[in-house]
Design a protein around this ligand. Structure first.
Ligand code: ZN
Ligand code: ZN
Length: 423
């Protein structure tokens, strides 16, 4: 009798999940969880609950189920289970911007299960995201590449969709909008192959909002608005809080770019409140930056300064170097427009130091990367060079004996550096 009920409940939950009604699926799963006896079954169900909670932005609650998985794995005494539990903990931590913890748990997962497995590709993706959050772009890229290799070699389309979108997001941050579009479109194309009732279609709205962001950065505001409205509509339909917050932030930014502070401000406020609720500190830093820029438009420099300080504080706590850099640069600008108590010395030094730390310069020409939109070329070591500089690198990488010279930035040997035909 009990087993019958359990089976029915599980079926119902599965249907809800497939319809992307994640919150409702979680309610059903929680009921079933109480009825299960076998630790292996409980473990699997905790994993499902954990990932469904992450889908709706409830990362902190998700973490408690990842913790339960960890306890169950210890009881079962199997290293595969342990590896999966560590991955779940890493996943929740990455989502709630606890990047150091995410990295540490990913490494534990890899240590428990170093060979190719279902979780190994996901672990590389999670590491890539955590490093991206900390603005360690070189490490982020190399981990994305490994996730992508794994996705292709195991024909894991869903992993490819996610990794390709994240690679696009990385290029967007570095100001290469052409590459961003190429990677995002690759994700969209793969998503197009999914059936209408596939829950993995949830990734589509994340890609669309990324495309909206790239349009916004290029000043293509009407297109940004269209993509953002598209993503928002679906995010509302499926109670996807993280994407809703992202859309609100972009709406606000678009209005600000159009000098419409009246419309921008309430949208920044709403984005901020969702992001603080779900624990997206990196997002909060971006929103505070947008609010500070709005205050500058309104010539309220005192408010701009306060908002900027708050952003600096948060980005320091989240270890988000790009956020810190933007705050220092903004503070320097603010001091030029309206001198205050802060003499402004030091900000330039911080900016230089952060650029160095993030290795945000082209190894060939030495210019800073990401200051203006430009096509980039990643090298196998993870360093980026300008695409226009890559031919020079190719020439210089062929030594006298026809041997490749290392990447100018890190001098690591690389077999994948672009090479021009010698003829
Ligand atoms: Zn260059
Ligand atoms: Zn390098």
């Amino acid at each position: 009798m009990g087993q019958k009920i359990t089976k029915k409940e599980l079926e119902r939950a599965e249907n809800l999940y497939n319809e992307q009604r994640f919150d409702e699926a979680v309610v059903e799963w929680k009921k079933t969880l109480k009825r299960l006896n076998k630790p292996q079954d409980k473990f699997q169900l905790c994993g499902r609950i954990c990932s469904a909670l992450c889908d709706v932005g409830k990362y902190r609650e998700a973490l408690t189920f990842a913790g339960q998985q960890c306890e169950l794995a210890t009881a079962i005494g199997d290293s595969n289970f342990k590896a999966e539990a560590y991955f779940s903990i890493a996943f929740c931590n990455e989502k709630s911007c606890e990047f150091e913890k995410a990295i540490s748990y990913c490494k534990r997962a890899q240590h428990k299960h170093p060979e190719k497995s279902v979780i190994s590709g996901k672990t590389f993706l999670c590491l890539g995201n955590a490093y991206a959050g900390m603005s360690e772009f070189r490490r982020s890229w190399t981990h994305y590449v490994r996730a992508m290799d794994e996705a292709k070699s195991t024909a894991n389309k869903v992993l490819e969709i996610q990794t390709s979108a994240k690679m696009g997001a990385l290029f967007c941050r570095l100001g290469d909008h052409e590459s961003c579009a190429a990677y995002c479109n690759n994700s969209l194309e793969l998503l197009g192959d999914l059936m209408d009732d596939d829950p993995d279609l949830k990734y589509r709205r994340q890609v669309v909002v990324q495309i909206a962001e790239a349009f916004r950065k290029q000043g293509r505001l009407a297109e940004a608005m269209d993509s953002c409205e598209d993503a928002m509509k679906i995010a509302m339909q499926y109670s996807d809080r993280p994407v809703q917050a992202r859309c609100l932030y972009l709406f606000a930014d678009i209005h600000r770019k159009r000098s419409d502070c009246e419309r921008a401000s309430p949208r920044y406020e709403s984005a901020y409140s969702i992001m603080s609720e779900i624990g997206d500190r990196v997002g909060q830093v971006e929103v505070l930056g947008g609010m500070a820029k709005t205050a500058v438009l309104q010539r309220d420099y005192q408010k701009a300064r306060e908002l900027n300080n708050k952003a600096l504080d948060l980005s320091t706590k989240a270890d988000c170097k790009l956020g810190m850099l933007r705050c220092h640069a903004r503070q320097k600008l603010l001091n030029e427009i309206s001198p205050g108590d802060d003499t402004g010395q030091g900000h330039e030094t911080y900016v230089k130091k952060l650029v160095e730390e993030m290795e945000l310069f082209c190894g060939v020409c030495g210019d800073v990367i990401g200051q203006k939109p430009e096509r980039l070329e990643p090298l196998s070591c993870g360093h980026f060079v300008h695409a226009r500089c890559a031919p020079h690198l190719a020439r210089s990488t062929i030594g006298r004996a026809g041997r490749r010279r290392p990447c100018p930035a890190c001098r690591s040997n690389s077999s994948r550096n672009p090479v021009l035909p010698l003829t």
